[in-house]
Design a protein around this ligand. Structure first.
Ligand code: NAD
Length: 491
């Protein structure tokens, strides 16, 4: 696929201006498929973050942003149009810095998030912010009540590197549409997926200064200011459960509203009446984007009665799966994001072997890819559902196959997790599959390969996969406060 040459914005966006770091510092951006330094980014300091928070506070308290939904709709539509104009540059950025396969950028990496911005622009204008409730009697007199929804205030948004443009837009879109102002702290591995949005905002929109601020930094703790500073009202975080716990602790000091999209270890349950060739022939799809997706189903539950038949199909699917160079349109799996992540995945593979799982395919660094942080598509079978690789999020191209006895056993194993983000069920009977889906404790489920993801669909997790929901009106309402005004008629 022909990609546009890289020309990313490398400055932060604070109080309406594109700025270098206050101390002039930069950090390197590395392409995980080639290990080459592809450029630098302004290394935001704690002072930069404090300036961004001050700007967001001022914009919320002193500009018309919170009250003028027509202004918000106009600016978000400009942002949408600006992203459309910069679509090919955003595509090049996400392939180069996130190792995203170019063939996947037509969906969740680039095309979907751009279209999402159009949804948020429309919702800003058409949402019912105020309505009259039915009168109720009080001491013999009818009492009127007005129900109002108002923006909560300043939002601190912290995002990871795996689907960076999407994840940044999934915060910016609803928060700004609701009338909040926002400071975004992206992951240091993928800074341009955020700073380039700052350039679009600065050059192609009428966003008032301070409404949107983007502070990239090599220091994770620059983001911690967003969970402690009293001027921030909401923290919206996507990332690991460990960091989510830390953010909850920090936010408790000022009782912030928090909204967490965390890890997952989702189960794909294939019932004994399913057509195995379909779901298992596609079994290596869990390696898509190097397995670096929170909602990917990384535990595959197979009925004992058809176990060997299923494992044979999976083995073939893993051995014939195409992966490598993310710019090659044949590939759906590129590298892990960094050396550190590659080593982390390999250490989980070692742990799986030590704990007795049977390694059937892969398990190492591919010999034909000497450069880049690649890991072979890896298939473990006979996995103990309580073992480390069945319990912890690996975030790599590793599938754990677990046998089960009957539907009750499958539900028990699927729910045997601290996570509850997603999952899938395959069966010849929709009714039977739905009965299992209703018993699995997770935020999204797919029956027979159906896709649930869409901008209007609430997404989020049960248990330690998170708090709150992203996308759709429910996601928008996460950024709104509720006010009720009682009104007695003076007539
Ligand atoms: P991470 O938790 O290490 O980092 C995420 C972000 O938090 C980064 O921007 C990082 O700089 C920042 N950060 C780290 N420590 C911080 C602190 N103390 N205070 C404030 N910010 C801090 O996660 P990661 O490794 O970048 O991303 C992978 C994780 O994200 C996986 O667990 C994955 O499941 C999860 N994820 C979840 C969803 C979802 O929607 N549920 C989507 C994508 C990724």
């Amino acid at each position: 696929m022909a990609l546009e040459p890289l020309a990313p914005e490398t400055r932060n966006y604070i109080d309406g201006k594109l700025v270098d770091a206050s101390n002039g510092g930069h950090f390197e951006n590395v392409n995980p498929a080639t290990e080459e330094v592809i450029g630098v980014c302004a290394d935001g300091t704690k002072d930069d973050m404090l300036s961004a928070v001050a700007a967001a506070r001022r914009a919320f308290d002193e500009s018309d942003w919170a009250n003028d939904h027509a202004l918000r709709a106009r600016c978000l539509r400009q942002l949408y149009e600006g992203m459309l104009e910069e679509k090919e540059q955003l595509r090049s950025i996400v392939v180069a810095e996130a190792g995203a396969c170019a063939s996947l950028t037509g969906f969740m990496h680039i095309d979907d998030p751009i279209e999402m911005m159009s949804y948020w622009a429309d919702l800003a204008n058409h949402y019912t912010y105020e309505q009259r409730m039915t009168d109720v009697p009080f001491m013999g007199q009818p009492q009127g009540r007005i129900l109002r929804r108002e923006p909560t205030g300043v939002v601190g948004a912290i995002t990871p590197w795996n689907v960076p443009v999407y994840l940044n837009i999934a915060k910016i879109g609803p928060a700004l549409a609701s009338g909040c102002t926002l400071v975004l702290k992206p992951a240091p591995d993928t800074p341009w997926s955020a700073t380039h949005l700052g350039k679009i905002a600065a050059e192609k929109t009428d966003l008032p200064p301070g409404v949107l601020n983007i502070v990239a930094s090599s220091d994770h703790l620059t983001g911690e200011i967003l969970s402690t500073d009293p001027r921030v009202d909401v923290v919206t975080f996507t990332g690991s459960t460990a960091t989510g716990r830390r953010i909850m602790e920090c936010a408790a000091g000022t009782v912030k509203k928090i909204f967490l999209e965390l890890g997952g270890k989702s189960a794909n349950v294939v019932l004994d009446d399913a057509d195995l060739a379909g779901p298992l022939g596609m079994g290596a799809m869990c390696c898509v984007h190097g397995g670096q997706g929170c909602a990917i189903t990384t535990r595959l539950l197979l009925p004992r009665s058809r176990y060997e038949e299923g494992v044979a199909i999976l083995e073939n699917a893993f051995k014939t799966w195409s992966y490598g160079d993310p710019t090659d349109p044949a590939n759906l799996q590129g590298p892990q994001i960094s050396k550190r992540q590659q080593e982390r995945v390999l250490s989980y593979i070692e742990k799986g072997k030590q704990e007795g799982a049977r390694l059937l395919v892969g398990g190492g660094v591919p010999k034909h890819l000497p450069k880049g942080y690649f890991v072979e598509p890896t298939l473990f079978v006979d996995v103990d559902p309580d073992s480390t690789i069945a319990q912890e999020e690996i975030f790599g191209p590793v599938l754990c196959v677990i046998p089960f006895d009957d539907d009750d056993d499958a539900v028990r194993i699927a729910n045997n997790s601290i996570y509850g983000l997603s999952g899938a069920i395959h069966s010849g009977s929709e009714e039977r599959a739905l009965a299992v889906a209703r018993r699995i404790r997770s935020g999204t489920l797919s029956v027979n390969g159906a896709m649930w993801f869409h901008v209007d669909t609430p997404f989020g997790g049960y248990k330690q996969s998170g708090l709150g929901r992203e996308n759709g009106e429910m996601g928008f309402e996460e950024y709104l406060e509720t006010k009720v005004i009682g009104v007695k008629s003076t007539a």
